[in-house]
Design a protein around this ligand. Structure first.
Ligand SMILES: NC(=O)c1ccc[n+]([C@@H]2O[C@H](COP(=O)([O-])OP(=O)(O)OC[C@H]3O[C@@H](n4cnc5c(N)ncnc54)[C@H](O)[C@@H]3O)[C@@H](O)[C@H]2O)c1
Length: 334
């Protein structure tokens, strides 16, 4: 593989950090631009700190992106609100980052003649469709997060058709993992449940806990982006999931096995109007065309999340988790 000079937006985030580690192993040079709105610089792992150019900046800053695009071989675009709750709390900022930031990336790529983009869409674009979600389905997103990401996909195709750049859009399902502390209360339900339990707080479950998600480990998700970067494929979108659904009750049982006790839990009515009961990915296309398959199953992933939370507890990182805890108590996990 030929080493590339890469720009990563949102590189300091959860998926970004884990993806960048692999990009460095692959021999690439990486510059990250991140506004550090979520988490901040202190979450950049020690082993990555000196090997990446970590810039503070916002994707909505066109002159900055114009400057950063010079001499790049490819771009991975991750900078966007990652949680449905972020869009609920600030819809204007959420849509502004997702739409305006993405257009800036495409336009500065076009001007600088950068030919390859891999970007994060979301499985939420499928909302309202029957499961499993397949790339062949029509999309009619019912909320702003999903609609903004669908717009990303459409404008990426337009740029591909008009200007010849290649844009691979990845639709991650429910990404979780060991170092999600940077996301606090916006973290995946697996982290929120694990942190609650280790903090002596009763996990709150929406509905009866039988709802399912396709949980994909963050290292697998990062590898999907790296695979797309190397792939010699035309513009398209791909699911990033495992093809397996797991219920919230099963997740709680797995966490219970890790901590060695049966877990208390509190079931509450689902407090939002749009809420999927079952979710999982059809991974056939990603597997056949992109060549991506997950490697870490959810049982192993849960073990790693609990182990990492225990290490954080022991090393005094607990205050950050306490913030998440307060959030968790005020807003039941989704
Ligand atoms: N985590 C998931 O389960 C999931 C699922 C589907 C899609 N995605 C998408 O994947 C991407 C990465 O998600 P993540 O889980 O790593 O989230 P994250 O919040 O950990 O990372 C996003 C990063 O982008 C940065 N950022 C936000 N707005 C920015 C801006 N305007 N300019 C520069 N930086 C900005 C944040 O500070 C953060 O470091 C997002 O686009 C998200 O929508 C994530």
């Amino acid at each position: 593989m030929t080493p590339k000079n890469l720009l990563v937006t949102g590189g300091a985030g959860f998926i970004g950090r884990n993806m960048i580690r692999g990009l460095l192993d692959d021999g690439h040079t990486v510059t990250s631009v991140d506004n550090f709105k979520i988490g901040g610089r202190r979450h950049i792992p020690g082993d990555l700190r000196d090997h990446v150019e970590w810039l503070e900046g916002d994707t909505r800053d066109l002159p900055l992106l114009t400057e950063l695009m010079k001499g790049r071989d490819a771009v991975v675009h991750l900078a966007a609100p990652s949680s449905f709750l972020m869009y609920e709390e600030d819809p204007v900022d959420g849509a502004s980052v997702t739409v305006h930031g993405f257009l800036n990336v495409l336009e500065t790529m076009r001007r600088a003649d950068v030919g390859k983009l891999v970007y994060a869409s979301t499985s939420a674009v499928y909302e309202g469709n029957p499961v499993p979600y397949s790339e062949t389905m029509g999309l009619r997103p019912p909320d702003l997060k999903a609609l903004s990401k669908k717009w990303n996909e459409e404008v990426a195709r337009q740029y591909a058709e008009r200007y010849g750049l290649v844009a691979l859009g990845l639709r991650p399902f429910s990404v979780y993992g060991h170092d999600e502390f940077s996301k606090g209360g916006y973290a995946n339900v697996i982290s929120l449940f694990a942190w609650a339990v280790l903090n002596g707080v009763t996990p709150v479950v929406w509905g009866d806990g039988s709802q399912t998600r396709d949980f994909i480990y963050v290292e697998d998700a990062g590898r999907a982006f790296r695979t797309a970067l190397e792939a010699d494929l035309p513009t398209h979108e791909f699911n990033v999931g495992t093809g397996i659904e797991t219920s919230f009750n099963d997740i709680l049982a797995m966490i219970g096995e890790e901590v060695g006790s049966l877990l208390e839990r509190e079931y509450v009515d689902v407090p939002i109007a749009i809420y999927a009961q079952r979710l999982w990915a059809d991974v056939d296309r990603a597997s056949r065309v992109l060549g991506f398959r997950h490697e870490i199953d959810v049982r192993e992933g849960v073990r790693r999340v609990v182990a990492a939370a225990r290490r954080a507890q022991e090393s005094g990182q607990w205050p950050a988790l306490k913030d998440a805890q307060m959030y968790f108590e005020s807003l039941p996990a989704s």
